[in-house]
Every structure is written in C-alpha cells, then in structure tokens.
Design a binder for this molecule. Structure first.
Ligand SMILES: *Cc1c(COP(=O)(O)O)cnc(C)c1O
Length: 381
C-alpha cells in the first residue's frame, strides 16, 4: 500500500457490529467478560481501548514499524521512552532539541541518575566524543528547531549499530509523510501528534513507533504500569487528522517554499533558514532522507533587535502569534522570548538564534494571502 492509501485505510476496518465506516469512539472504562479471564482482548481501558488500537495500527503502518503505542501527549511518549533507561545509563542528544525534551532530560530524568550529553550532530566525531561504555541511547531531532538544521539519520544509525546503542528519532517536525526514520535504521520514533498528525490544533497527543518488538513490549508494560494513556475521543481526532496528512503536509511544503523564496527578496530580511535552499548547509542530507523540505521557515532581520521582532509579531493578521506548529493555520513565533527563552543569550547566539529570529509554521491557506500578510507586516519594520 502506498502512503496516501495507508493514511486512510491501514489498520482501519468498518466496525464489525454495525458497519460504521468511521472508527467508533469507544468511551468505556471496562469490558464485560463471559467468564473470569475470558474476554475479547480488552479487559480494562488503561490497558487497551479499541479506538486506540486502530490508531496504533495505523501509525505503525505509516512509520513502517512493528508496533505503535499512543500517549496523552508527546511529552508522555518521551517519558515512556526515557523510562527504558536505568540509573548509570547515558544518553547523547541533539543540542538544539525541543525545549520540553531538554527540560524532561535535564530537570526530571537527571534526578534518577541518568546522564545526558547535548552535542551538535553534523559529524560522527562530535557524537563519538560523548559516547562511552554507559551510553544506551542516541536521541536525534531533525529538522531541528528553530534553526532547521538536518541531521543524517542513516549516518547516526550506522555508527550506533557498531556500538549496540539504540537510536530514537523525534520525527515531529517532518511527519511520517516526509521522513521515515525506521527505514533509515532507527529503533524508536517519537511523535508529538499534537502537530502534523492531528493537524488541526484541537488535540494534544503523542506516539512511539518501534520495529523492535521487545522494546515495544517494554513500552507497553511501562504505559500500563504508569498510566499515561490518551482518551478515545483524542485518538479519534488523530485518526481523523491523519486521513489528510499527505495532502496537508504537501500543501504546507509548497507554501513554505514560496514564502522562503519571497523572504529572500525582502531587503529588511537577513538570513532565511529553509532546508529546501541549495545554499542550506544540510540541503543534500535533506534531499536524501526527506520527501520534501517541510512547512517550517525561520528568518531574522538586518536590524537585529527584540524590538524589530516585536513589531513583526504584532503586525501579521493571518499568521497568528502562538506556540505549536503543524496545524492547517499559519503561526508565527519568536523563539528568543517564547520556546527558547530559558536558554542564555550567548548560547542562543552561538547557534544563530538571534534576538530578531522569527519562526513560521506555514499552514495550508492560499499562499498569496500569506505572502501579502508578511509583506504588509514587513512594511512596518
Ligand atoms: C511539541 C513537541 C513536543 C512535545 O509534544 P506535546 O504533544 O506538546 O507534549 C516534542 N517534540 C517536538 C519536536 C515538538 O514540537
């Protein structure tokens, strides 16, 4: 089955009891047993729910994995994966990861004796420097946020195999339509389904997909023991969102390219960060491992200041000032004061995250209107 068919059909069957073509929302906490221990695979809804099962089977198919497990949020998914580790274990992670990932590692799991190293992943050398006999996991996020660097997933996995280290990829920014890390050798894929998978900014949800049944069973055990499960209504919304994933992401990619090209022509704009440009330092890697270059674009100003950014942020109308990404509507954000505000300024500047840097999550509106909105706002700078 090809991707555009999988999003609609993989793991999804009409309801056998009624023929309902859409997966029912099984709003139940328990299931009647015909005799003690005799049930139809569903005993209690923390352990299993049929709406969740459909979504999990669909996600496993989209990422070419053996198993998927869904969670109440992207962070709950990460929490479960990090619980695979034991005190004394070490993790090497991408240095410009999502702020919440940095926080759960550095402020939560560090208290349980797990050590984290944050490194640039341009080359194997910089990863290898942080690896030792205690390293159990390499944590990759690509494209990175907000600088949109691209990490070569196959290169990292090839190295990790020689050391028997598991690789976990946060695939939220690309979505399974653009990038399938398991095909490139990854053991574990994580999604904040809140973003492209849901796609309509109406639900918080997370997922883990793995091709390693043993890891999958461990994660299922952790989920049942800990309880970070999504509700059936939320699972339904993600199933529904995924049905248009390929169409939405494709349009977002087309719009993002036109917007990135437009920004280059504006003389107030300094750098435009977009992996689809041939001049982007990781363009070749992006071309190799992604189907297209994504819906995210970042840029900064020649007149680099917080004031310039503030003027821009309050001048757009279609681009709404908000956290998050991956929805049908376009969003504008300011990493220095929003998502990355807790990182010291000198550290931010080292990776190019200037005071005036703006991040766009490009939606699927008519691109002419989006460009007009940016053009009007830029005229106020
Ligand atoms: C939003 C996000 C998360 C966290 O997911 P939630 O659903 O908000 O808990 C993790 N990683 C990335 C890349 C994200 O964008």
């Amino acid at each position: 089955m090809k991707f555009g068919t999988k999003v609609i059909h993989a793991g999804v069957e009409p309801d056998p009891s009624t023929g309902a073509i859409m997966t029912p929302i099984f709003q139940t906490s328990t299931y009647v047993q015909s005799a003690p221990g005799e049930h139809q695979g569903y005993a209690y809804a923390r352990s299993q729910n049929p709406t969740r099962t459909v979504l999990e089977n669909n996600l496993a198919a989209l990422e070419n994995g053996a198993m998927a497990i869904c969670y109440s949020s992207g962070m709950a998914a990460m929490d479960a994966v990090l619980r695979l580790l034991s005190p004394g274990d070490e993790v090497v992670a991408t240095n410009d990861i999502y702020g919440g990932t940095y926080r759960i590692m550095n402020q939560v799991f560090v208290k349980y004796g797990i050590k984290f190293h944050f490194v640039g992943m341009d080359s194997i050398e910089s990863i290898a420097e942080a690896v030792n006999e205690n390293t159990k996991m390499i944590w990759v996020e690509t494209p990175t946020n907000p600088m949109l660097n691209i990490i070569d997933i196959a290169m990292v996995c090839e190295y990790a195999k020689t050391k028997s280290i598991q690789v976990c990829v946060d695939n939220t920014f690309a979505s399974p339509y653009l990038q399938n890390p398991i095909d490139l050798g990854t053991d574990i894929v994580i999604h904040s389904a809140t973003k492209y998978l849901g796609g309509h900014s109406d639900v918080v949800h997370g997922a883990v997909i793995t091709n390693d049944i043993e890891t999958g069973e461990k994660l299922r055990f952790i989920q049942n023991a800990v309880g970070a499960i999504p509700g059936p209504q939320d699972c339904f919304l993600i199933i529904r969102g995924i049905k248009t994933l390929h169409v939405r992401v494709q349009r977002a990619c087309e719009n993002a390219r036109k917007i990135a090209e437009y920004l280059l022509t504006n003389d107030k704009v300094n750098n435009v960060y977009y992996p689809g440009f041939e001049s982007h330092p990781n363009h070749e890697v992006a071309k190799k491992q992604m189907k297209d270059f994504g819906g995210m674009v970042s840029f900064d100003f020649k007149e680099d200041s917080l004031d310039t950014a503030r003027t821009m942020l309050s001048a757009t109308h279609l681009f709404a000032l908000a956290e998050s990404l991956g929805g049908v509507e376009s969003l504008i954000g300011h990493p220095a004061s929003m998502t990355h505000g807790s990182i010291p300024r000198e550290e931010r500047l080292k990776v190019g995250l200037t005071d005036s840097l703006i991040r766009l999550s490009v939606g699927i509106e008519d691109v002419d209107d989006l460009i007009q909105d940016l053009d009007n706002a830029l005229a106020k700078i």
